[in-house]
Design a protein around this ligand. Structure first.
Ligand code: KG4
Ligand code: ZN
Length: 361
């Protein structure tokens, strides 16, 4: 089955082609065009600007991904589409484009929840990925099964969400907890801004933290022992702001200090996440732990979770780093494993969409 994925929920315009059979996926192409450099100048995303960029990019991105996969629109079996959550203007670009293709070529649409899509990046096994971007050499596709066993504990950790879920089988998600205020990515972004780094802050903090010394600062780990699976990161930003102001007053905010603060920020966020995931994995006898979303690209988080999972004897999965942030391959993957095609007439954008089918315990 050949699926064209389309993702336009925020500032990335992405289209991908996957080929799925026997519960395995080969990623034939995945093109991502991002307007983040434009948003870096304004310090964050301005929705109207993001939507305008989506309109410029959507058709060239689809064309390029089809060319790369050597697939014609008439050859695809379905269109996998992000219909929410996200910015309404951005979402509408993907939704209306998908509906038009569906109408003209008579192909069904599989609507995908963006957050569920992030989790399904874990089924795009690294060895099956070829020609993900221009730096990756084109090789013969080599397919390996992902070997993800259920029940799994899945974490979506991005700029807008820190959601911890119990996944009992494909498409079956139970929300265990989420953030009560800022998401983990937001905490990275806000701290980065305080330290003088551009948006998005996560990669900048990670880079700077490499030069940091671990003993100098220690920030609070909110809700770490709360007994539930909720997160809170807004206090972290306040603690760092206080520290930065004190250091500025005594003119001690040099590059080394910035790296030390970056490392302490990363350690606090990673520590809370690792502890909450481990607790959930133990409580629900999980066989696998899956992370996803932009923050899942963080090397320190990946390494600490890998070590912890080994101790717990639970399999650990994280998508390839370039598939942690928004992309259409993960949307197509989710559609393949949860194949519920509908007519274009039934598709509408839903900016507020959540893991609706997952009542909180
Ligand atoms: O999933 P994503 O691309 O977009 C949303 O749906 O939000 O996630 C973006 C978030 C940003 O907050 C960014 O700072 C964070 O992911 N991020 C990282 C890293 N790469 C991206 N955070 C920590 N370390 C990274 N390496
Ligand atoms: Zn996302």
């Amino acid at each position: 089955m050949i699926i064209l994925g389309i993702e336009t929920s925020c500032d990335e315009t992405s289209a991908a082609v996957i080929e799925g059979s026997n519960n395995k996926i080969v990623l034939r192409s995945n093109i991502i065009s991002s307007s983040f450099l434009m948003h870096a100048k304004s310090g964050g995303i301005i929705p109207e600007n993001a939507a305008r960029e989506q309109i410029k990019f959507i058709l060239p991105v689809i064309q390029e991904t089809l060319d790369l996969a050597k697939v014609d629109l008439s050859e695809i079996d379905a269109i996998a589409l992000t219909y929410g959550p996200g910015l309404i203007g951005s979402l509408l670009v993907g939704v209306e484009t998908a509906k038009t293709i569906s109408f003209v070529f008579n192909k069904p649409i599989v609507p995908v929840n963006h957050m569920v899509g992030h989790i399904y990046a874990n089924w795009l096994v690294a060895d099956s990925i070829w020609q993900v971007d221009e730096k990756t050499p084109r090789t013969t596709p080599h397919v390996l099964p992902a070997n993800i066993d259920f029940p799994a504990i899945a974490l979506v950790v991005s700029g807008g969400h820190t959601d911890l879920l119990l996944m009992k089988k494909h498409g079956d998600f139970q929300l265990l907890g989420g953030t009560r205020d800022d998401a983990a990515g937001e905490a990275f972004d806000k701290t980065a801004r305080l330290l003088g780094f551009p948006y998005p802050g996560g990669p900048a903090i990670e880079e700077s933290a490499k030069k940091g010394s671990p003993e100098r600062f220690r920030f609070p780990r909110p809700l770490v022992g709360s007994g539930d699976f909720d997160f809170s990161f807004s206090g972290l930003k306040t603690a760092i702001l206080r520290e930065v102001n004190d250091l500025k007053n005594i003119k001690k905010l040099d590059n080394q200090t910035i790296s030390d603060l970056a490392l302490a920020t990363q350690e606090a966020i990673v520590d809370v996440i690792v502890k909450k995931i481990s607790k959930a994995a133990e409580k629900y006898n999980a066989k696998s732990i899956l992370i996803s979303g932009g923050v899942a690209a963080n090397q320190s988080l990946r390494e600490e979770l890998k070590v912890k999972s080994e101790k717990l004897e639970v399999k650990f999965f994280a998508p390839a780093k370039n598939l942690c942030t928004d992309n259409a391959a993960m949307i197509a993957s989710a559609a393949y494993f949860n194949y519920k095609p509908v007519s274009w007439k039934e598709v509408t954008a839903d900016p507020e969409l959540y893991f609706a089918e997952s009542p909180k315990q």
